[in-house]
Design a protein around this ligand. Structure first.
Ligand code: PRX
Length: 688
């Protein structure tokens, strides 16, 4: 069969004509799939791009509206030459996302007694079951408590919590009363937290006293207090109250709270339990305009300063709901588990909003994959009968190291779909996931997307899409990708270049908080008329997309369960803050488990000595400034850096040195080629 062409003559894949070995979902497993085969996918895709108004109106029908959508569904401008960039979806319709993911399930769909979350703590002895009824009541109490603190529609609330139910309660409580949540991953440093609080001018911070991650006790409140101190020092502090969940005392070691010194400021701090005491468990939702902001989530920027990505209510609600339903082929009796942290977009979209919008039962996991033993993930899959599982390539590579034995101790026969996200998955890890975890029964769904896209944009669908290990395959409904060359010319058919999108879909970001200029320059100025992802990609002869990695100075770093973006500039800024460092240049180097890691070159000031102590100090500096996820794996002394005659550091050369690639190509623009030899002779082979 030859590749099919859609109306614009772009090649879209023909399922029978693979470039290399393809994998088909096993017969019989998906008798009731929402999208049963590739033709059904093509038909729906066609409708979503040719008749988007009808397509999205159908999706919207399932939701509750105070004032229903009318008029134009989608308005946008993607061309900087034609004025401001904007995206508006169902503007004027009134709804509330919290109502739709909770009250609608309880009151209209009779799901009140259904389990919303199985919370599984860091320790296997700690778990809790939360039904939709209970979730709704707890969210309402939290919403009323926030109101008592004076929070109102449009106010920003910073949330710095571990993976405990209170994190979900707080974010949904914000959504219920129209406050904008800004969740900061609980592994970030006080400086990173402060920077994010200040940028969004948050009025309230919600945190916890402490948390165990594996066997490590983390004093979260100490970091939160330090962040608030920093905010105060800058004279622009906005936070009036800090709400503190007492976590350790009742869910982990009974003596943990004694080990922690919880700093306390009577004028600002308040215990969660005291605040919730006696508040009502009913709360009328605030009816929001479709385009009112729902949340801000910070993501690294190539200039070093994080960008507050803004998502709005309706588009995000419809998009996360629909992608969840189709990409995981969700059915009512599924038990779904996404191992990401809610501090990242994966958790926002596919632990909270998408699954709840569908009335799904999810596992909410606080721990790490190898604590207290390396079979923990498999144990949890067996314990709850998980059918749809979503994790990151880094977790798969980590667990691959321990071989098959830990898996063989558990019954994984409940699994149906295996998802992955966060970075390109290498075929070896893909095959291990498919063969060993899924027993060749379960399709591996490689989902490509970003904080900015709100939900999946390139992804297979479990029963429909023939799979190729390492490819995120085809666009989701409503998404129109294109591949451009350096001059912005669109490439047809088989091609490699910049991955861009020609039109918005409902879940795409609406802006960078407080910075329209940065929004436009980051995503729209390079190629007017397109949203630029910042990723490179290849499209093969079947029309499948293969992400080739970042094309800017960003890299995908990973913690144990998820991959996310970091800019080399922010790490360089941290290194040069050290008094001994004159200059720093940071590049990425491939890493067997993490995918990519940080390789740093530092030039010291005169008479400063490079030694182990300095290396440790520099690592600490980066950890303190950004957070443990940014800890460099390699730091190399660089008496000189390879620079052009105009003084620009040639990062390409540094990347090649870090990777030990000897064929350096054209070095004629280098001011002093000898520098390269010196750096090669001193490079790190193995981790420092
Ligand atoms: O480089 C791509 C990579 O992660 C980036 C987005 O990072 P972040 O906003 O932190 O969101 C991560 C979770 C959605 C992308 O620009 N990326 C994400 N998923 C994939 C991927 N690269 C290749 N394949 C993927 N499936």
């Amino acid at each position: 069969m030859s590749p099919v062409s859609d109306s614009s003559n772009r090649v879209i894949p023909g399922p029978q004509e693979p470039e290399e070995k393809t994998y088909h979902p096993s017969d019989g497993l998906f008798t009731d799939a929402h999208v049963p085969d590739f033709d059904a996918y093509l038909a729906l895709y066609k409708k979503s791009t040719e008749e988007p108004e009808e397509f999205w109106a159908d999706v919207a029908q399932e939701f509750y509206w105070k004032k229903p959508p009318s008029g134009q569904m989608l308005q946008f401008n993607f061309d900087v030459n034609k004025g401001n960039i904007y995206i508006k979806f169902m503007e004027g319709a009134k709804t509330n996302i919290c109502y739709n993911v909770l009250d609608r399930n309880v009151h209209e769909r009779n799901l009140g007694e259904k389990v919303a979350y199985y919370w599984e703590g860091n320790s296997p002895n700690h778990h809790q079951t939360i039904t939709y009824n209970q979730l709704l009541r707890n969210v309402c109490r939290c919403a009323n408590a926030l109101k008592l603190l004076g929070v109102k529609k449009g106010d920003r609330v910073a949330i710095y919590l571990p993976m405990i139910p209170e994190l979900v309660y707080t974010m949904l409580a914000c959504a219920r009363i129209g406050a904008v949540h800004s969740i900061v991953f609980a592994g970030f440093s006080s400086e990173s937290l402060c920077e994010r609080i200040m940028d969004a001018q948050c009025n309230i911070l919600v945190t916890a006293d402490g948390v165990y991650r594996g066997d490590k006790l983390i004093n979260l409140k100490k970091t939160a207090s330090e962040a608030l101190e920093r905010c105060k020092e800058s004279m622009a502090s906005s936070v009036q109250k800090c709400v503190v969940v007492k976590h350790n005392a009742f869910r982990t070691n009974s003596d943990a709270s004694n080990k922690l010194q919880t700093p306390w400021d009577e004028s600002c701090d308040i215990w969660w339990a005291d605040l919730m005491d006696g508040v009502s468990d009913e709360c009328e939702p605030e009816w929001m305009d479709s385009e009112d902001p729902l949340f801000i989530l910070y993501t690294s920027g190539s200039t070093g300063k994080p960008k507050g990505v803004v998502h709005t209510v309706t588009g995000y609600m419809l998009y996360t709901s629909l992608t969840f339903k189709y990409v995981f082929d969700y059915h009512h009796d599924d038990v779904y588990w996404c191992t990401a942290d809610i501090g990242w977009i994966t958790g926002h979209s596919y632990i909270t909003y998408g699954p709840l919008a569908n009335g799904a039962t999810s596992v909410l996991f606080e721990g790490v994959p190898v604590y207290p033993h390396v079979g923990r993930l498999w144990e949890i899959i067996e314990k709850y009968g998980v059918s749809k599982f979503y994790t990151a390539p880094t977790a798969i590579r980590l667990l691959m190291k321990y071989g098959r034995e830990p898996l063989q101790q558990y019954d994984l026969s409940s699994l149906r779909v295996l998802g992955t996200v966060g970075e390109p998955i290498n075929p070896e890890a893909w095959l291990w996931y498919y063969d060993v975890v899924g027993q060749q029964r379960c399709p591996v769904i490689d989902t490509f997307w970003q904080t900015e896209t709100g939900g999946h944009v390139l992804t297979p669908l479990p029963a429909a899409t023939p799979l190729k290990p390492g490819s995120a395959t085809c666009p989701f409904f409503g998404v129109q990708p294109a591949v451009l060359n350096e001059h912005g010319e669109e490439l047809e058919g088989e091609a490699e270049g910049y991955l861009v999108f020609r039109k918005p879909w409902p879940g795409i970001m609406r802006g960078v908080y407080g910075n329209q200029e940065r929004f436009e320059s980051t995503y729209f100025r390079k190629f007017p008329g397109f949203y630029v992802t910042g990723d490179g990609c290849r499209r093969d002869k079947d029309g499948y997309y293969w992400i080739t990695g970042r094309i800017d100075d960003m890299l995908n770093v990973s913690d144990v369960c998820s991959g996310h973006l970091l800019s080399t500039a922010e790490v360089e800024a941290a290194l040069t803050e050290h008094p001994s460092v004159a200059e720093a240049a940071v590049v990425s180097r491939p890493h067997a488990v993490k995918g990519e890691c940080l390789y740093c070159f530092v030039t010291l000031k005169d008479h400063k000595e490079f030694n182990r102590t300095l290396m440790e100090e520099l690592k600490r500096k980066v950890r303190e400034k950004i957070g443990p996820i940014a800890t460099p794996d390699f730091i190399q002394n660089a008496p000189g850096l390879p620079k052009t005659r105009s003084g620009k550091i040639m990062r390409r050369v540094l990347r090649q040195i870090a990777r030990n690639e000897k064929d350096l190509g054209d070095l004629s623009t280098l001011a002093d080629p000898k520098v390269v030899e010196v750096l090669f002779s001193q490079r790190w082979e193995a981790a420092a």
